[in-house]
Design a protein around this ligand. Structure first.
Ligand SMILES: [Fe+2]
Length: 407
């Protein structure tokens, strides 16, 4: 790849302004070319030369079919630098000290950032009891129409839940819609499993007692991503569903009591489930942040939490923080109530939402729900791919379907 030498910035730190640009951009080299400073679209971005080199968007660095890297990035010399750099139109051209030359779309570089300081992923809508209208979808539309399916998946992503109506009142009535998204997650309880009152219940879910707001199965690894809860009948007295946005509760906690918030992000209790044939255990904080410090996951399962015998002062700190968080997740101001009827289904983000139910009396009639789990990665993948397809954007390797196992 070549471009006019007169338009290139040469090391050290020589600056050049491109005469013809879709995006007004300047580039300069710094630290003997180990870093590039890009001024574009009102931003000042600094890039490590090594980062640019290992991400070079060309067919000797990345496989054109899969987008996967062909070179061994860990073998690039740590002293690698950019020898020249220039902006032309909407591209950044760089020649590196290992002789490689390539060009980057400025837009792609500007979008690839970890510099935002949002508390949650952009695009999520946090809510409380004042939520205007429940995000809703209809089973038949989502099953038959890709646009309706995408709208459902986007609402699920944005709000953390969606209520689906018109699900066939059959034992596995949800299955055809699951098949449109990703594989059903099987557990020791099987695939789609009953949620109803039984004698000698193996889990408190299978009793008539009310359930505090909780996330499901934090004792598993990985924790189930989405809960699909399908109502076949709900004529019992009580048995209303409650929903709380765990990210909203966590955000309130951070505003009200930053030390409590910090405590719950740092201390990781264990969670355990046992029965005659199963012994599951995992651990993690009640509020988990991602590498950017954004809310990534909440865990809350009073029934199965088992914190280690830490020193008393640390436990006192934790118990106070947990109590404050509990007050928030049970606060009516943050709680949405609804009662599922036959053919209704809730799909809930188990990394964000806390769900519960009021106690119920079987004298009033039968309460029978069915529940399945679907993982987060397959659900997110379906949303992104469908979104790109409906927007008319071809994806790398779009004609290719994986046939084997990706190591
Ligand atoms: Fe549950």
């Amino acid at each position: 790849m070549s471009w006019p030498a007169s338009q290139a910035v040469t090391n050290p730190c020589q600056q050049w302004r491109a005469p013809f640009m879709f995006i007004s951009a300047d580039v300069e080299l710094k630290d003997e070319g180990r870093r590039l400073i890009l001024h574009a679209a009102g931003q000042r971005r600094e890039f490590a030369a090594l980062w640019l080199r290992e991400r070079a968007p060309d067919d000797t660095t990345l496989d054109t079919r899969t987008g996967q890297r062909l070179i061994e990035a860990a073998q690039l010399p740590l002293t690698l630098c950019a020898e020249t750099a220039s902006c032309e139109a909407d591209s950044l051209h760089v020649r590196f000290s290992d002789g490689h030359a390539t060009a980057y779309a400025l837009n792609d570089l500007l979008l690839d950032t970890d510099a935002d300081h949002a508390e949650v992923e952009p695009g999520l809508r946090l809510w409380d009891a004042g939520l205007d209208a429940l995000p809703q979808a209809t089973f038949a539309s989502a099953l038959e129409d890709d646009g309706a399916l995408l709208a459902m998946l986007e609402d699920l992503h944005r709000y953390g839940f969606v209520k689906v109506s018109g699900v066939p009142c059959e034992a596995d009535g949800m299955q055809p819609l699951i098949d449109r998204i990703g594989p059903l997650r099987r557990t020791n309880w099987g695939g789609i499993a009953d949620v109803k009152s039984v004698a000698n219940a193996f889990d408190l879910t299978m009793t008539q007692r009310g359930l505090e707001p909780h996330t499901d199965n934090p004792y598993r690894d990985p924790i189930p991503g989405y809960i699909w809860l399908h109502c076949l009948s709900n004529a019992a007295d009580g048995g209303d569903s409650t929903l709380t946005d765990g990210f909203m509760a966590a955000q309130r906690l951070k505003a009200e009591a930053p030390e409590d918030f910090a405590c719950l992000t740092r201390l990781s209790p264990r969670f355990r489930y046992t029965d005659a044939t199963t012994d599951l255990e995992s651990e993690g904080p009640l509020i988990e942040l991602d590498s950017r410090g954004r809310l990534a996951r909440v865990r809350y399962s009073n029934r199965t939490e088992r914190i280690a015998a830490h020193d008393a002062a640390l436990l006192e700190r934790y118990y106070a923080a947990r109590q404050r968080f509990y007050r928030l997740i049970t606060d009516e101001a943050l709680t949405v109530h609804l009662k599922l009827g036959p053919g209704d289904m809730l799909i809930m983000d188990n990394y964000r939402l806390l769900h519960g139910r009021t106690a119920y009396q079987l004298e009033g009639g039968v309460r029978h729900l069915r529940q399945g789990y679907v993982d987060r990665d397959s659900t997110a993948s379906r949303r992104r791919v469908l979104g790109a397809q409906l927007a008319g954007n071809a994806r790398p390797g779009a004609s290719h379907t994986a046939q084997g196992v990706n190591p």
